[in-house]
Design a protein around this ligand. Structure first.
Ligand code: GRF
Length: 213
């Protein structure tokens, strides 16, 4: 049985998708938030999952926060740490400590649109496709080996709300898929490339084409 700790900062819909996937061989040991009022904490607690808050505002320095966070994580001895809408940049020391067992979901087709406000920036750039990426976390922000991506169309009339909703639906598909592959020991890292054993098309799920095109 693989033990998983999920870190959230807010609503927690990706965490929920992973919990509801009920991945065989995986146990969600804890959900930890850096914000006491994160909506996702209530869902996790209702599922009987241990929850904890490590409030970043209580720490003057990033390194002190990361040390407290690591302590909370390590008390569950996880095989995998999942950043599911966790909105804090982690120190290189923290990332190194969990390298190879720390994954994140980012709401763009990396390496495009690293950082924040990805949907608005995609609209402003006029891209025709957008999407989401699950990747291993490395010291460089949003740059680690890609495990899976999902592509969605950008449609005429889209605004940030409609585009982000279309992407979020795909996040809820690919994140549990990536966790499942890791739990099944199928994912290996080769330089900056993640490989998935025994899957013909390991990288991309394309959302169904919109009906009105
Ligand atoms: C998601 O769009 C994720 O890609 C981004 O933050 C959002 C979190 O949503 N990093 P939720 O908390 O999982 O609902």
């Amino acid at each position: 049985m693989k033990s998983i700790v999920i870190l959230i900062s807010g609503r927690g819909s990706n965490m929920e998708a992973i919990v509801q996937a009920a991945i065989p061989g995986a146990r969600i040991a804890a959900v930890i938030s850096n914000r006491p009022n994160a909506g996702g904490l209530a869902f996790a607690a209702a599922q009987g999952i241990a929850t904890a808050v490590v409030d970043h505002t209580a720490y003057a320095e990033r390194a002190a926060f990361d040390a407290a966070l690591a302590e909370a994580i390590d008390s569950h001895a996880p095989d995998l740490v999942v950043l599911a809408g966790f909105m804090r940049v982690l120190t290189p020391g923290f990332v190194r400590q969990y390298e190879g067992r720390l994954i994140n979901i980012h709401p763009s087709l990396l390496p495009s649109f690293t950082g924040l406000h990805t949907h608005q920036r995609a609209l402003e750039a006029g891209v025709r496709v957008h999407g989401t990426t699950v990747h291993f976390v490395t010291a460089e922000l949003d740059c680690g080996p890609i495990i899976i991506q999902a592509v969605v169309p950008v449609m005429a009339g889209d605004d940030e709300a409609t585009l982000s909703a279309r992407v979020l639906a795909q996040e809820h598909r690919i994140f549990p898929q990536a966790v499942r592959w890791i739990v099944e020991d199928r994912v290996s890292i080769d330089g900056n490339v993640a490989r998935v054993a025994g899957v013909r098309e390991p990288g991309v799920l394309i959302s169904p084409p919109p009906e009105n095109v």
